[in-house]
Each structure stands twice: as C-alpha cells, then as structure tokens.
Ligand binder design. Structure first.
Ligand code: T3D
Length: 262
C-alpha cells in the first residue's frame, strides 16, 4: 500500500483501491498524488489493458478529507489552487486515459468521491451504495468535474436538484437515471466488476482508447466536426492489426485474439 491506495494486478489489468477505510477513503493530497501516479503508470505499461477503481471498507470515497483542509485554516485556504493541483489533473487523466476504466462503487460516494467515480468509463455500484453531491452542505460547489458530467448524464433538471439539494441517491436510482451503468447485489459487485475489467483487458485496447476520444470530443463538437473526427479515428482503427483480426475471426467463426495495439 502507498499513501492511502493499494494496487493489485490481474491478468492484463490492475485494480486500484482507495485505502483509508476508517475515514471512508476521504482523500488527502498524498492519496490524490498517488492515485494520479497509479493511473499514469498504468498508461505506460503495455501489459496492462484495463483498470478497475474501487474503495476498501464500507465506503467508496467521502470526498476531500475535510480535516486536512481545516488544519490549513479553511477561511484563508485557496481551494481553487487545491482543485487545480490535485483534482483537475486526475479527472482529466481518467477521462483521456488510453485504457478503459471501470469503477466499482462499494459504498457511499460523496463530494469529489462521487465525481471521481463518475469520471470513470463504466460505473457499477453495489445496491447499498449511494451518491451525494455533498458540496452545498458545506457551502462549496461541485468540483472534480461534477458540474460538467452531471447534466450530461442525468439532464439539467436532475443535475440542478442533485447539486443544490445535496440529497443522497441510491445506486438503483443512479442506474435508473443513467448516472451509472448498473446497480448489482453487494456481494457480487467485486466479482462482476473484475469480470468486466478482465473482459475489457482482452478487447482491442487501442480502439477502445479511440472510442473514448470520440465520446469525449462529442461533448463540445457540432455534428459536422464530430463526423470528421469519426472519419479520422475510424481511419486509424481500420489500419490496426486488431481490426484485421476482428474481421478475420468473424469470417472464420471463431473468437478474436486481439493484441490491443494499433
Ligand atoms: O475542500 C476542498 O479541498 C475543495 C475540494 C472539495 C471536494 C469535496 O469533496 S467537498 C465534499 C467533502 N465531503 C463531504 O462533505 C462528505 C462528508 N462526509 C459525510 O457527509 C458523511 O461522512 C457521509 C455521508 C459520507 C457518510 O456518513 P456515515 O454516517 O456513513 O459515516 P460517518 O460516521 O460520517 O464517517 C465515518 C468516519 O469518516 C468519521 O470519522 P470518525 O468520526 O469515525 O473518526 C468521519 O468523520 C470520517 N469522514 C467521512 N467523511 C469525511 C471524513 N473525514 C474527513 N473528511 C471527510 N470528507
């Protein structure tokens, strides 16, 4: 374990676990730096083709460690600087990461902890887990990408109520609203999340990275710009050995053996 996170390796993937269970994995600066380093390191490991993020204990992540901030003197602390240094690079990194990132929300996801989960590509949550944009309760605004991702996932009306009321919603409600992919039984969460991550680790990794790029760009593009981007990225995907393998495997009626490379 390094600075509040632990990393384990599966067959072609890594599991990154937030590991301060006694504080519901509330994040400290060292923990956020370690988390960023873990995502950066995985991006450079050619044997790693998918990532799974989860939390240890009964919570996923209770957001920023408020005790750590208070010791600095909350009234004079520059929270913008803290956000810029610690949260923004991490959220950008996950969104633009070349590997698919699965998140297994094992318990409460609050504040920046909720938005950390929502930055991941596919989010599963145990039925007892919940999500709360806790910020307004302590007179802060949703950060870690919350004001960007929430309206896109759940629409403006729900995003506004979630942010302004800071009410907790259940995993089932989050799934019903399209905020996450699926809510599953607590006792199957990790098995299902790991199975999904292992599956993704066998898929055409480079192409999955291109899909992520196209989806991210679509948020700011008009149709013409997006069609042009799809053309360019499809050109790249079409030149990959994995496309040749995928098409050949289909014609030969056998499962493909993807290398994950372009
Ligand atoms: O401020 C900046 O740096 C800018 C960036 C902000 C980003 C943010 O994330 S702001 C939002 C911060 N998070 C919160 O406001 C959530 C605070 N936590 C809670 O509201 C509740 O703990 C939960 C609803 C998440 C869970 O409630 P419950 O009853 O299940 O657990 P609990 O008893 O409240 O918490 C268990 C322990 O974790 C407890 O410690 P103790 O008393 O047993 O020693 C509690 O103090 C600690 N804990 C939970 N959340 C935090 C925390 N400690 C520090 N910071 C936390 N955020």
């Amino acid at each position: 374990m390094v600075a509040g996170i632990s990393i384990t390796t599966g067959d072609g993937y890594r599991i990154i676990t937030l590991n301060r269970p006694e504080k519901l994995n509330a994040t400290t600066a060292t923990m956020l730096r370690a988390l960023r380093a873990a995502f950066e390191d995985a991006a450079h490991d050619r044997t790693c083709r998918a990532l799974l993020l989860t939390g240890a204990g009964r919570g996923f992540c209770a957001g920023q460690d408020l005790a750590a901030v208070n010791t600095i003197d909350a009234a004079s602390a520059d929270l913008g600087a803290l956000v810029e240094e610690l949260y923004n690079p991490l959220i950008r990194l996950i969104r633009t990461h070349p590997l698919p990132v699965v998140c297994a929300v094992n318990g409460i996801a609050a504040g920046a902890g909720a938005n950390l989960a929502l930055a991941c590509d596919i989010v599963l949550a145990g039925r007892s887990a919940s999500f709360v944009q806790a910020f307004a309760r302590i007179a802060l605004i949703p950060d870690a990408g919350g004001t960007w991702v929430l309206p896109r996932l759940v629409g403006d009306a729900r995003a506004r109520a979630l942010a302004l009321l800071a009410e907790k919603i259940s995993a089932d409600q989050a799934a019903e609203w399209g905020m996450i992919w699926r809510a599953v039984a607590d006792d199957t969460l990790m098995a299902e999340a790991e199975k999904l991550t292992a599956y993704l680790a066998q898929q055409p990794t480079a192409t999955l990275g291109l899909i992520k790029r196209a989806l991210l760009a679509s948020a700011g593009n008009d149709l013409d710009t997006q069609l042009a981007l799809e053309r360019d990225l499809q050109r790249e995907a079409g030149r990959s050995g994995d496309y040749a393998e995928g098409a050949r495997a289909f014609l030969e009626k056998r499962p493909p053996r993807f290398t994950g490379r372009v």
